[in-house]
Design a protein around this ligand. Structure first.
Ligand code: HEC
Length: 129
């Protein structure tokens, strides 16, 4: 009786340490990612900037918007589509595609640009297509 109680305690303690170790391993990459990408803007404000600048006239997000430009629902999930890429496309689309019909949004403030990109980046987690 005493021996089996002891072994249960041992198993519990082992399981507990394994859980802690696993949690540490899982938490590590998330923390590293946050350090690598420190640009965290206001996503809701970014959505307002998206609407106010008429982006939806040409772009669709999760089934809503126009069709003159590519669907942006999951654009942030693609390789290399980081803050620098977004800023370049939005402020000077001609640098990405010559003769682009997209207007150059080069008068947005740094804060507006950061919030707008934060909004577009947030979509990759909820994009439906
Ligand atoms: C008049 C239509 C139009 C408007 C308005 C417009 N875009 Fe675009 N956008 C395009 C087109 C068309 C492309 C595809 C590249 C090209 O042909 O220039 C594009 C490309 C993009 C891309 C790259 C997509 C990809 O898959 O490579 C992003 C990001 C983007 N636009 C964001 C925006 C944002 C943010 C706004 C608002 C601030 C906006 N666009 C306003 C037409 C538009």
């Amino acid at each position: 009786m005493k021996a089996s109680y002891r072994s249960i305690c041992f198993i519990n303690a082992t399981a507990f340490s394994l859980t802690i170790a696993a949690a540490a391993i899982v938490a590590q990459p998330a923390m590293a990612k946050q350090k690598k990408n420190p640009i965290i803007g206001n996503i809701l404000r970014g959505k307002q900037i998206y609407v106010a600048n008429g982006c939806a006239n040409c772009h669709t997000i999760n089934g809503q918007g126009g069709s003159g430009g590519p669907d942006l629902s999951t654009v942030a999930a693609r390789q290399g589509h980081n803050y620098t890429w977004f800023k370049k496309v939005i402020s000077s689309p001609a640098l990405i595609k010559q003769g682009s019909v997209m207007p150059a949004y080069n008068t947005l403030t740094d804060r507006d640009m950061r919030d707008l990109i934060s909004y577009l980046s947030s979509l990759k987690k909820i994009g439906l297509n």
